[in-house]
Ligand binder design. Structure first.
Ligand code: IVH
Length: 673
């Protein structure tokens, strides 16, 4: 290694350690030591060094946490030691039966109180992490217990999971097992985003966690706030495990793993029962979902003596809580038409209380789901509520059928406008093909008017329905032509309320650009993406003209999203509608810095360390003056701003004849203005 490589390598190592320290402070201790901007700048510096010197980059660098290239498919991964399952106890009797069985099996006197370790049963998906010499080398889903799917890249994006064990004496090899979960708040937020993008909501946090982890594109996983809880061990070599599970978990915590903090060493069966009841009372206040407690003989040696029955350890049991489910009757099935024309079948059920909430409707998702579960009108069904989402039908009680139940099919014609319903190849969703479907129009207006979009205060669902039903609005842009006279005669309106809502509509005529982009309801484009697009393209005109490469160049925009933006703007109807809309409202460009835009149209590439200026500082100056910063040098690069120890980018600039300036030259450019 040359002297300068060594210095760079050392800097990279320093950055890795520092970023890890801040990750711990932020994710584990909830006490950030630096601002987000400072963290970003450390992170970017490391990314730049790794880009410039890929040969020096560590495969365990925290930069791997942002996700990498998408995979074609997951590789299979065989577990070192199989991942088994747990037997269940569904009530107190079954728990006591387990304890008694264990006494008989281990030939213990009935008075003996076993030392149990009781903890939460996390409702997520199980994962097997392999660490070799302290480094995370593989992560696999459970699969069939013998072989799972290799999701290493995705797991690396979960910041609470250590890429490196925090110990100076790591095992040669160890498999650490736990559960990946999505906190309930994050799940609800994700579903809000899904529906804003016109996509299907996840049924519960566990499905959302599984869907987020099993993404071929690890960047998507990186954007989902997954976390995990660790409790178990598989293969171990070159290491002596502690004697008990409780001590093992303490060690996991020291090594940097998140472990549950509700756990107890219980002496005897009654003490376990107390723990179970306590946890049941706090269950709903936990930030993540659990479906019971897991009780384990605390000593590994006793576990071993107890052995296995079928595919479960005899010394452990899942003591489950009764599920949040209820039985009710499907009175009818209706079809809802969404903003993108998606038809969703919804069961209208006899009102029923499901863990404190009165449920009257339950989603049936789509025709395939109805067929798979064989759901009919008149059926008694089990419905379940997860988080705060719309409940769903989990199961039909076929034994309660009387023969007069009716099958249901999604109609061939839209129930609202009568247009044909189409189901694209490979999609589960059927959509209304009608151009003027008022159901779509209503949903589009509701989306357009919502707080995060054009924020038209007071324009709620009922009013939108009324205005569309009355024929006052036939297109989105008709909103802006409504007059006092149009509204004053409507039911529910009087002088004051008419003025108020007209004012609110008027106030939305100069929306920030991202609000309009989001409000248009382009599939897959949520509020966050809309902000990124607005920042990048500055006007609707630029956005609608952007080619695929430009769109894909925006952080967070993937193939699907790029296609859907392009589809949106290539649709003649959308173009016409937008043109009229833009004659009535004027989106304001993203806030400009107020600085002279002297670098407009110029692209800079930064390399090396500047003597007096931080990298992010230089980037900000360039962007504030209208310029762009890019990561790689090409013929289109206007300037390469090079500092000390500039790497391959400098050479490339020279070979392409791109002007190279140093910090002083950069200052001159700025002053020269
Ligand atoms: S111990 C032999 N502890 O529940 C498997 N499992 O229903 C030993 N689970 O496959 C697992 N929380 O994915 C254990 N605290 C916990 C758990 C837990 C959730 C999952 C795990 C297991 C499933 C069995």
């Amino acid at each position: 290694m040359s002297g300068s490589s060594k210095a760079i390598w050392e800097e990279m190592n320093r950055l890795v350690l520092e970023i890890e320290r801040h990750d711990r402070a932020y994710y584990e201790l909830d006490q950030p030591l630096i601002t987000d901007a400072e963290y970003d700048s450390l992170f970017r510096r490391l990314q730049t060094l790794e880009e410039e010197h890929p040969e020096l980059a560590s495969p365990h660098s925290p930069t791997k946490r942002v996700g990498g290239k998408a995979l074609e498919q997951f590789q299979k991964s065989k577990h070192g030691v199989p991942m088994l399952s747990l037997a269940n106890a569904l009530n107190q009797e079954e728990w006591q039966a387990f304890d008694e069985r264990l006494h008989r099996f281990l030939e213990a006197s009935p008075e003996k109180e076993f030392e149990y370790f009781a903890e939460l049963k996390f409702d997520g998906l199980s994962i097997n992490l392999t660490y070799e010499n302290g480094l995370l080398t593989r992560a696999a889903t459970r699969g069939d217990g013998e072989t799972g799917e290799d999701v290493t890249e995705n797991i690396k994006t979960i910041r609470s999971i250590p890429l490196k064990l925090r110990t100076s004496t790591p095992p040669r090899k160890i498999e650490i097992r736990g559960e990946i979960v999505l906190p309930i708040e994050s799940f609800l937020e994700l579903n809000r985003e899904q529906s804003q993008r016109g996509e299907k909501a996840f049924a519960n946090p566990r499905n959302a966690a599984a869907g987020s982890l099993r993404q071929l594109d690890s960047k998507i996983t990186a954007s989902r706030p997954l976390t995990g809880f660790f409790y178990g061990v598989g293969e171990v070599s070159g290491f002596t495990l502690p004697k008990t599970i409780s001590a093992f978990e303490d060690m996991l915590l020291e090594w940097g793993f998140p472990v549950g903090n509700q756990k107890r060493i219980c002496k005897g069966s009654a003490s376990v029962l107390d723990f179970y009841r306590e946890i049941e009372t706090i269950r709903d206040s936990l930030p993540f979902e659990i479906d019971g407690v897991v009780v384990k003989l605390n000593a590994f040696s006793e576990q071993q003596t107890a052995g296995f029955i079928a595919r479960s350890p005899r010394g452990m049991i899942a003591f489950k809580f009764p599920p949040k489910k209820s039985v009710t009757l499907i009175e009818d099935i209706q079809v809802q038409v969404g903003r993108t024309g998606a038809l969703t079948p919804v069961a209208i059920v006899s009102p029923v209380n499901v863990s404190g909430v009165i449920v009257k409707r339950a989603t049936l998702h789509n025709q395939d789901e109805i067929d798979r579960k064989d759901i009919r009108i008149g059926d008694h069904v089990v419905i379940q509520r997860a988080g705060d989402v719309i409940p769903e039908v989990v199961e039909v009680l076929k034994e309660r059928r009387r023969g007069d139940e009716r099958r249901f099919r999604i109609p061939d014609a839209c129930p609202v406008c009568g247009s044909g319903v189409v189901r694209a190849e490979g999609e589960a969703v059927s959509r209304c093909s009608g151009r003027n479907c008022i159901a779509k129009l209503k949903e589009r207006i509701k989306h357009f008017a919502q707080k995060d979009a054009l924020n038209i205060e007071g324009l709620g669902d009922k009013i939108v329905d009324q205005w569309v039903d009355e024929g006052l609005i036939k297109h989105l842009h008709d909103l802006y032509d409504l007059t006092y006279d149009d509204l004053i005669s409507l039911e529910g309106f009087a002088d004051k309320s008419v003025r108020k809502i007209l004012n609110a509509i008027d106030a939305s005529r100069t929306p920030e650009l991202y609000r309009l982009i989001f409000g248009l309801g382009i599939r897959h484009v949520g509020e966050t993406t809309a902000k990124l697009l607005a920042l990048r393209f500055k006007t609707i005109g630029n956005l609608s003209a952007a080619n695929r490469d430009l769109l894909l160049d925006v952080d967070g925009v993937g193939e699907e999203m790029a296609s859907s933006v392009q589809d949106y703007f290539s649709n003649q109807e959308h173009r016409e509608e937008l043109e009229i809309l833009l004659s009535k409202i004027q989106p304001v460009e993203p806030k400009s810095s107020g600085k002279a835009q002297i670098f407009e149209g110029k692209t800079f590439v930064l390399t090396g360390t500047l003597p007096n200026m931080g990298r992010s500082e230089a980037e900000k100056i360039i962007e504030d003056h209208g310029g762009k910063v890019s990561g790689s040098v090409s013929k289109k690069t206007s300037f390469v701003l090079a500092g000390e120890e500039a790497g391959s980018k400098l050479e490339k600039a020279r070979s392409l004849g791109v002007p190279v300036i140093d910090e002083a030259g950069f200052q001159e450019l700025l002053r020269g203005h």
